[in-house]
Design a protein around this ligand. Structure first.
Ligand code: SF4
Ligand code: SF4
Length: 443
């Protein structure tokens, strides 16, 4: 296959990073790299998607990995996985026996072992520069869910479904394949409903996931729907308004600097990112002098500082998120022009967050269930498809109200010359509503 055909198939299928970021895959893979890394770290507690699809679809995944390896002209490919995913490890090991250009790299059971910059360091020993991306050091990283979508795209199938863990306070935690746009209240029913009287929903994992509602829907980037009792500490902290977070910082930050000492990017040698200094600035200055907060661009929003490190339960992560939004809004550019980093921090090995400890610290031990993969294909009669599910520009609508569509039909397309991703109908039916940010389809 020619590289242009390979990229065209991925572009046409509307693939974006399935691990949560939503970067359009046809842009990421339209490059050459010395190393390709398949990310099966799945380090967010409670999520059970990647480890299970890696076992179930190991043949498809390794065949597609081999194609990607050739297409990006890699010298070597790595499968970055945790040893504890024994079933997946066994199948993958068998399949790569005769493929010396693919190596399995076992990751430590720590958080955030799945951060792509952490993975790059652990597989290749290279450090992504501050303000840079893995390609700056000759590496491309893709999540296993994305690779599964690529294998389907090569068979001509667009992204219309994805695997999602429905977990937390539900009766039967499970991992299920759902059409993109499945309404979250329907998704929760497939897990037998909730155990909590009043509950709040997180789209994603407990560390990086965002609060959502029952009326929202599954996106190409949704790897988990987690239900938490309303009174859970994690929920209380995620619900705190940014102004309250800043006020708490002013009154309670004791400048112990543990948020910096444990910061995952600081430990990778990105020494311009020091969350405790940002907390000091925000306490004694104010958040309007945005030029002094550009280090926010270096933050991956992994949440270690807020949920693992801070003894005062403050939220540097959320404040960095807010500052990043403000910087973008005021068109203040990222000044960290790929500053070379020679060494990781001398304490890198000793300060990463062990998952068991993290699970206890964020109080989610009671929700740790296997969430097995369910083969049943749920019957979904109505989907609410978000128009923008990717980093970059929203795709342009190609349908109008009352149009009939079949599963897999294109409903929104990449605008000319923009970074975006195509969108397809995930069920067969009629377009019953087009809003600013979603399309409703009913069968
Ligand atoms: S860990 Fe918490 S208290 Fe300590 S410096 Fe950071 S934000 Fe302040
Ligand atoms: S969220 Fe906190 S720990 Fe993670 S990269 Fe940002 S500052 Fe560092």
């Amino acid at each position: 296959m020619e590289k242009s055909d390979f990229i065209a198939k991925i572009k046409s299928a509307g693939i974006v990073g399935a691990g949560g970021a939503g970067f359009p895959t046809h842009i990421k893979l339209n490059a050459q790299a010395e190393y390709f890394i398949l990310n099966i770290a799945e380090c967010e507690p409670l999520l059970r998607v990647d480890q299970q699809i890696a076992a179930k679809y190991s043949y498809k995944i390794v065949s597609t990995l081999e194609i990607i390896h050739n297409m990006v002209n890699a010298k070597k490919s790595f499968i970055a996985i945790k040893k504890k995913y024994t079933e997946a490890v066994k199948s993958l090991q068998k399949l790569i026996k005769e493929k010396p250009f693919i190596e399995i790299k076992f990751l430590e059971n720590v958080y955030p072992a799945g951060d792509e910059q952490d993975i790059v360091y652990n597989c290749t020993g290279r450090i992504v520069p501050e303000g840079g991306i893995p390609l700056d050091v000759g590496v491309i990283v893709d999540n296993v869910g994305t690779v599964l979508h690529i294998s389907e795209a090569l068979e001509g199938k667009p992204v219309t479904e994805r695997w999602v863990t429905i977990g937390g306070a539900v009766k039967y935690p499970q991992t299920i394949k759902l059409p993109i746009g499945t309404i979250i209240s329907d998704a929760i029913k497939f897990a037998g409903g909730t155990n909590a009287k009043d509950y709040i929903i997180i789209d994603g994992g407990p560390m990086m996931g965002k609060l959502t509602t029952e009326n929202d829907s599954i996106k190409k980037t949704t790897n988990g729907i987690l239900i938490f009792p309303q009174e859970h500490t994690l929920i209380k902290r995620k619900q705190e308004s940014i102004y309250v977070s800043i006020a708490h910082s002013r009154s309670a930050c004791e400048q112990c600097s543990l948020c910096t000492e444990y910061c995952s990017r600081y430990l990778l040698g990105h020494s311009d990112l020091k969350p405790h200094l940002m907390m000091r600035k925000i306490s004694y200055m104010n958040e309007t002098n945005l030029n002094s907060y550009t280090e926010a661009y270096l933050c991956s929003e992994c949440g270690v500082c807020s949920y693992y490190a801070c003894p005062m339960l403050l939220s540097p992560k959320d404040i960095f998120h807010f500052l990043k939004e403000q910087l973008v809004k005021h068109k203040i550019k990222n000044p960290y022009a790929k500053k070379e980093v020679k060494n990781v921090h001398e304490m890198y090995k000793y300060r990463r967050a062990p998952i068991d400890k993290l699970v206890r610290r964020i109080d989610v031990k009671k929700f740790e269930h296997p969430a097995p993969l369910t083969e049943t294909e749920p019957s979904i009669k109505k989907v609410k498809i978000s128009i923008k599910q990717n980093i970059g520009a929203a795709p342009e609508l190609r349908v109008k109200k009352s149009d009939k569509v079949s599963k897999g039909d294109i409903i929104a397309e990449i605008p000319q010359g923009k970074m975006s991703a195509n969108l397809h109908s995930s069920i067969t039916g009629t377009i019953t509503e087009i809003a600013d940010d979603y399309i409703l389809i009913e069968s």
